[in-house]
Design a protein around this ligand. Structure first.
Ligand SMILES: [Fe+2]
Length: 145
């Protein structure tokens, strides 16, 4: 299963797209390390690195959700969008705990990879794209990707 950012996933805001590209690179490296067996002694660090990047990225998006307005109206989907981020972190933690407890079995790692790739494609393609649309109307000077 390939883990790559593609232009169809663009949300039209350069800063967010750049973070999404970096996020995909980090996810790809994470799974490559585990599949090579390099993660065995280093699994907690691999998880922490990815989790930290995701958390930082979600914080940026969430800051933008509340910061800007279009004709007096804020970003309408902030609550639902933030809930999706929380759900991601909850499920990510569940996978992390299971993998740390039982070891990175190929079945568990495959399941985790499928989940993360599907989640990212769904979230970026719909929810983040909506945020991108809002930000572009709030900040017409934004650099487009
Ligand atoms: Fe998001």
């Amino acid at each position: 299963m390939s883990i790559h950012w593609t232009p169809e996933l663009s949300v039209g805001v350069e800063e967010i797209d750049n973070q999404h590209k970096e996020l995909y690179r980090n996810v790809e490296i994470f799974f490559a390390q585990i599949q090579k067996g390099n993660g065995n002694g280093n699994l907690p660090n691999l998880f922490t690195y990815l989790e930290t990047y995701v958390t930082t990225h979600f914080s940026l998006e969430e800051k933008y959700m509340t910061k800007f307005h279009v004709e007096g109206c804020g970003y309408e989907d902030a609550k639902e969008h933030k809930a999706q981020h929380r759900a991601f972190l909850r499920d990510f933690t569940a996978f992390k705990e299971e993998i740390l407890e039982n070891g990175p079995t190929s079945q568990l790692v495959d399941e985790f990879q499928k989940w993360i790739v599907n989640w990212l494609a769904g979230h970026l393609g719909k929810t983040d794209r909506g945020l991108g649309r809002f930000l572009r109307s709030a900040l017409p000077f934004l650099k487009r990707n």
